[in-house]
Design a protein around this ligand. Sequence first.
Ligand SMILES: Nc1nc2c(ncn2[C@@H]2O[C@H](COP(=O)(O)OP(=O)(O)OP(=O)(O)O)[C@@H](O)[C@H]2O)c(=O)[nH]1
Ligand SMILES: [Mg+2]
Length: 472
Amino acid sequence: MQNHLSSHAPDTIIAIATAAGRGGVGVVRASGSLPAISALMQQICGRTLTPRHATYGAFCNHDASPIDHGIALYFNAPHSYTGEHVLELQGHGGPVVMQLLLRRCLEIGVAHALNIRMAHAGEFTERAFLNDKMDLAQAEAVADLIEAATEAAAKSAVKSLSGDFSHKINGLVAKVVHLRMLVEATLDFPEEEIDFLQKADAFGQLEQIQTQLGAVLATAKQGVLLRDGVNVVLVGQPNVGKSSLLNALAGQDVAIVTAIAGTTRDTVTSNVQIEGVPLNIIDTAGLRETDDVVEAIGIERTWAAVKTADVVLHLQDLSHESQAQNATEDAQLLAQLQNQLPAGTPVLSLLNKVDLVSNHTREAINQNPNHLILSAKTGQGLDELRAKLLQIVGFETNQTDTFIARERHLTALRAADEHLQLAYVHALTQAQALDLFAEELRLAQEALNQITGQFTADDLLGVIFSSFCIGK
Ligand SMILES: Nc1nc2c(ncn2[C@@H]2O[C@H](COP(=O)(O)OP(=O)(O)OP(=O)(O)O)[C@@H](O)[C@H]2O)c(=O)[nH]1
Ligand SMILES: [Mg+2]
């Protein structure tokens, strides 16, 4: 890893590693220098611990009275999570006991001038990254595993954490480096360059890298969906069945449903998953002209929710008595939606309450492929809706080798892809542009390296690790 170690703080950091609140076990973790960790062992456990052995005993206060009894674990550098000397005190999981242990550690730091301080969010993992215990994509996967909202997301995070994603990136980088060497060697012999490159199948190699990168990008997109989930916003006129649909998708009564138009005022969100993709389904107040102050505020909130949508579901009521009137209003609503939404946000038309209409009407609508017909009441059409949602967001089911990924990774992969394309253009169109070809390859390599953290600005590292929880 480059340059990061120089900024490595020598302080010893401590934190409660377990979640806030009460639990069977609570863990205080310390990582840092040998003198500091040794002092903590001596002062709290009363002895020097054998590395990687569990030792049961009292955790003592300054007057030797026990704060708690528990298991102490010492990991000597570099054989620890952070690569530094690490001490873990596993006590009873109460907030006060944990605070007392933490305070004791800080006291020992002050008494022995040992620079022991509270850890920042993600600082243990940041040190693991700085000490080459893991690369940046793996470090990010630690946070993503902890945050995973579905089983599929957790499985993908473990894959990234085990290095699957990094391995693919490193494989690509190795191929780019090989090609760069070839091209740069050729730069010194301009008269033979094209011939030489052709013999070495430089273009074949480039195409192969592009294909491989395309496959990684496709998998990474799936990984981003699993990590970030999708915001699905339900909109429509009052009474069309938005809240009923939310309840049907959630499998429980989260929103109030009545036959009174204007029932929903606040937006109501429910988290559901389809094939492991986390979805936030957001029910909103029905859209119409109103003099009611509360309803008007609700409608403002609907428009605010619409702006956060990855997908909008525009619900319409098939059973409306005055179809013509409602069709006009729905057409206006759709125009308004398209006005408010960022370009490209998909809007799916749903015709609800199909259970109330005649076979004849149903068949007529079935001919129109732009609508999904369903009944929030009977559940008819819900499976089609789920499948359609996955299709719209681009999730492919039955993918077993998905690793978790972030928008940042997609940006880097796309940048690498663009540089490879430019490299191709330079090499193909102008024989004398081989230095540009080489330069684009270098830039592609740099973009790929951002994913694993070989070339990552310190401020970006700050952003990444500060989103972790404290103690990790
Ligand atoms: N028969 C039938 N009735 C439905 C269906 N979906 C909703 N309803 C009924 O339509 C009425 C309105 O449903 P809601 O889910 O409250 O409608 P909404 O769009 O949330 O309405 P607002 O909150 O007022 O905007 C209720 O009486 C529901 O039971 C359906 O598929 N079939
Ligand atoms: Mg409602």
